[in-house]
Design a protein around this ligand. Structure first.
Ligand code: ACO
Length: 441
């Protein structure tokens, strides 16, 4: 493949030339340039022109869309939302402002922010009939199973926001999803512990209200600690969006068929559930408990490096980050604040920091550029806050909803988007004749 520049009426157009060395035939493919990040080869006409498909399982070299929402430079450990570094947003902004930014592209004025928050809080309650839906689940259901079911079921309750061709309905669906996720998540938890559902309180901030619905009971007054509310808000900011990851791509692929937004977000939640994605912080905590003591770290490091052992260091490595995940840096600091507030000395944090130190000095991890990701510290903070492990991925899906919604909206509004329909390299049997059962050998 060679690169070139082609002067056209529209200006200079970059191209790459691909040559089939079996036949000597060449094709020119346009190269597209974004505002940041690698150029991309436009292969949309590749099949039509060459009769061949491209092959890229896991999409490691494939851009599936244009997007102006989030940018990641995995080598440098950079994460920007609409251009703003995640560290600045985590430090100086709040989750509602980040939601506004992701959805609208710019930071809000004070009035815009206040109107946005009013718009969101207007939708925090859940249709009362949905509470019966919860009761259909087994008591020991994983809260993520409940989330997938309830969010998908929203399409059965909010018919006035499922017409995706209507911008107003799309907006209402977005607000509903962001507003109702904390209520849905808290109800999933309350159901699992057999406590009454707690209605939202619109005088509380988003993260504060979530903690209130999660931990308060009708029998007692409950005051949410401002330190914990701030830590939760920061966790929401850090998980709000992350470019074209597996669950976001799932939402986009689902939406590309014009499915309604509630169904698409339910699909995203299902994808996030997997331990290689959102389920990893749950797995980190299990791993730290299994390791148990600093003395056993070398044994687990050896297992992680052994190709015959399926064990991996959970919370380490990332498809895109080949440097420290910037979200992990913020969370590492947050961990100490939360533990101080709770007055706990968590041996798991000590263990995690020691594990990180040892791994980052080990050639195996250094050579493969395996660094802690966002999940490495989030589980420790969440468990210090009293949040059960089974709720970790639920919190992730709550926070990621705004990213999914922003990406879904961008896709719907992009006239170049088509139904997602990858092709394949077929390796099965060639055409053969059906053999009646009596004649099979
Ligand atoms: N422990 C030990 N070895 C690892 C780890 C790990 N956590 N992660 C990757 N490797 C090794 C692989 O064995 C492979 O080694 P090889 O080149 O000798 O074969 C090499 O590093 C590259 O790994 P891949 O699996 O090819 O990388 P990929 O980009 O496909 O995977 C993933 C990324 C899934 C995140 C992986 O690093 C992993 O499983 N990590 C643990 C789970 C985890 O923390 N997931 C959370 C991701 S962040 C998020 O979803 C919010």
């Amino acid at each position: 493949m060679s690169q070139g520049e082609d002067a056209t009426a529209a200006g200079v157009r970059n191209t790459v030339t691909m040559t089939d060395n079996r036949t000597g035939q060449s094709w020119e493919m346009p190269v597209m340039t974004g505002s940041l990040g690698p150029d991309v080869v436009d292969v949309r006409r590749f099949y039509a022109e060459t009769g061949m498909f491209t092959y890229d399982p896991g999409f490691t070299s494939t851009s599936a869309c244009e997007s102006s929402i989030t940018f990641i430079d995995g080598d440098e450990g950079v994460l920007l939302h609409r251009g703003y570094p995640i560290e600045q947003l985590a430090e100086q902004s709040d989750f509602m402002e980040v939601c506004y930014l992701l959805l609208n592209g710019e930071l809000p004025s004070a009035e815009e922010k206040s109107n946005f928050e009013k718009g969101i809080t207007y939708h925090t309650m859940l249709h009362e009939q949905l509470s019966y839906f919860y009761r259909g689940f087994r008591r020991d259901a994983h809260p993520m199973a409940i989330m997938v079911g309830i969010v998908g079921a929203l399409s059965a309750f909010y018919h006035d926001s499922t017409d995706i061709s209507d911008p107003q309905q799309r907006l209402v669906a977005s607000y509903r999803l962001i507003a109702k996720m904390p209520t849905i998540a808290a109800m999933a938890y309350k159901f699992s512990v057999g406590q009454p559902f707690v209605y939202p309180r619109n005088d509380l901030k988003y993260a504060e209200n979530f903690l209130y619905m999660l931990f308060s009971v009708p029998a007692e007054d409950y005051k949410v600690s401002p330190v914990l509310a701030r830590a939760m808000d920061r966790i929401f900011i850090l998980h709000a969006d992350h470019e074209q990851n597996a669950s976001t791509s799932t939402v986009r692929i689902s939406g590309s068929s014009a499915a309604n937004p509630f169904a698409c977000i339910a699909a995203g939640i299902a994808s996030l559930w997997g331990p290689a994605h959102g389920g990893a912080n749950e797995a980190v905590l299990r791993m730290l408990h299994e390791i148990g003591h600093k003395n056993r770290i070398p044994e687990f490091i050896l297992r992680a490096k052994d190709k015959d052992d399926p064990f991996r260091l959970m919370g380490f490595g990332h498809r895109v980050y080949k440097n420290y995940d910037p979200r992990a840096t913020v969370l590492r600091k947050s961990c100490h604040e939360v533990l101080d507030e709770m007055g706990v000395e968590d041996p798991l944090l000590e263990l995690a920091m020691e594990l990180e130190r040892i791994a980052l000095e080990d050639d195996y991890f250094v050579d493969r550029k395996l660094f802690p990701n966002v999940d490495f510290y989030s589980g420790i903070i969440l468990s210090a806050m009293g949040i059960p492990t089974s709720m970790f991925t639920v919190l992730f899906s709550l926070a990621r909803t705004v990213g999914w919604v922003a990406q879904w909206t961008e896709m719907i509004e992009d006239p170049s988007q088509k139904i997602s329909r990858p092709r394949q390299l077929y390796t099965g049997p060639k055409k053969r004749e059906y053999v009646p059962m009596a004649e099979r050998g």
